[in-house]
Design a protein around this ligand. Structure first.
Ligand SMILES: Nc1ncnc2c1ncn2[C@@H]1O[C@H](COP(=O)(O)OP(=O)(O)O)[C@@H](O)[C@H]1O
Ligand SMILES: [Mg+2]
Length: 248
């Protein structure tokens, strides 16, 4: 049985089709990359899977259960955690408290939640920052806190939305190492959204490419990278960007 099955998922925002008839499945232990140009519908797909947005049509099966119409917190309780593309640290929590919010998902005791949060802070090398306010940390550390908080809920499946965006090359290497660690050593199944194709290609076993709300390719990274339609989708974006830059 697959851990996640997405069947013919379609999502409209008014007249705009953000996800069109998307189907795929994910096996336990996989690391799947989800790529595509800006506006392709990647984040929307996460939001639909997680119950943040109601789907227009289609079905989502998680761990054998139909979760299509569950609320976000009900989905989270079943072991499906996600980070947000734009990470807004909750109020004035420090790093440890923030991660405890995740830990409370499976633990009612404050003491145990704290112990679990500390364990994860150690795993992600965030211990020295435990008492710092999240809102005052640099972006790279905030992204790590977001991952730690999601991880603290003890997920079977972790959805990571552009955790490398806005980071410099050495910070990107660091976060990629953390993702590998979560996947390989902690055994968590992962879907990784990244705008930068090269990054996802490095760590994913399989990738899915979205463009204009449609799935245009799926397969091994090396194969997908050579797919003419994928190249066109990305080149199209680069071309558009160049046009904008030369016109300003
Ligand atoms: N809450 C929303 N309301 C209306 N339109 C939205 C909403 N969220 C996303 N969209 C639109 O859906 C399309 C896909 O967006 P998104 O899923 O954020 O793309 P990606 O994450 O691939 O950059 C875009 O055209 C975007 O403007
Ligand atoms: Mg997005």
């Amino acid at each position: 049985m697959s851990l996640l099955e997405v069947h013919n998922l379609t999502k409209y925002f008014g007249g705009l089709c953000a996800n069109h008839d998307i189907s795929f499945s994910l096996e336990k232990g996989e690391l799947l990359g989800l790529i595509g140009p800006n506006g392709a519908g990647k984040t929307t797909l996460f939001n639909c899977i997680c119950g943040y947005y109601p789907v227009t049509s289609g079905r989502v099966i998680f761990d054998g259960e139909d979760i299509t119409h569950l609320r976000a917190y009900e989905v989270a309780r079943r072991g499906l955690a996600r980070t947000f593309q734009v990470y807004v640290a909750s109020g004035d929590l420090n790093v440890e408290e923030n991660v405890m919010v995740g830990a409370f998902m499976r633990n009612r005791s404050r003491m145990r939640a704290r112990a679990e949060a500390r364990e994860i802070l150690k795993e992600l090398k965030l211990e020295p920052l435990a008492q710092n306010l999240v809102s005052e940390l640099p972006v790279a550390a905030q992204k790590r806190v977001a991952m730690a908080t999601a991880l603290a809920s003890g997920p079977k499946l972790l959805l990571l939305d552009e955790v490398a965006a806005g980071l410099n090359p050495s910070e990107i290497d660091e976060i990629m190492a953390i993702i590998r660690h979560i996947h390989e050593d902690l055994g968590v199944t992962i879907i990784l959204i990244e705008h930068v194709m090269e990054l996802v290609m490095r760590v994913s076993q399989r990738v899915i490419v979205l463009e204009s709300g449609r799935k245009i390719a799926e397969g091994e990274p090396q194969v997908v990278a050579k797919d003419p339609e994928v190249i066109k989708a990305y080149l199209g974006e680069r071309y558009a960007k160049e046009q904008m830059e030369t016109s300003t």
